[in-house]
Ligand binder design. Structure first.
Ligand code: SF4
Ligand code: SF4
Length: 110
């Protein structure tokens, strides 16, 4: 099975719009404090707070200077679902000027 290992480039936290749900904000209070709450007509089950892009921010505000997520253990579901090596990962890396993430290993099961 082909696997990819995230190399922590941080491109996915600075490329695509990032939204968090009300459930995400309940789990992590900083989301409501530091994100932008969407106007009522723009809200969906998954979209309640916008984390990126925001004015004066070049990345999601939770990305620290070493490209680590400050709220990793309670990050939004959309971030949990994001897969290293996925087409979205590779596109973020391309836009950020990073090389393509390469397969890290092959695991064969009997
Ligand atoms: S873009 Fe891909 S490799 Fe870079 S931090 Fe995100 S998941 Fe990891
Ligand atoms: S919450 Fe964390 S993982 Fe999600 S975009 Fe922001 S820095 Fe990245």
């Amino acid at each position: 099975m082909t696997q990819f290992t995230c190399d922590g480039c941080g491109a996915c936290c600075r490329t695509f719009p990032i939204f968090a749900s009300a459930d995400d904000a309940e789990r992590e209070p900083r989301i409501a404090r530091e994100g932008r709450e969407l106007a009522t007509h723009l809200r969906t089950a998954d979209w309640r707070f916008q984390l990126y892009p925001l004015p004066f921010r070049e990345t999601c505000g939770f990305l620290d200077s070493e490209n680590r997520c400050e709220i990793y253990d309670s990050r939004p579901d959309v971030c949990r679902r994001f897969e290293a090596g996925s087409p979205q990962c590779q596109e973020a890396r391309r836009r950020g000027g990073f090389g393509e993430l390469e397969k890290s290993e092959s695991v064969f099961s009997s």
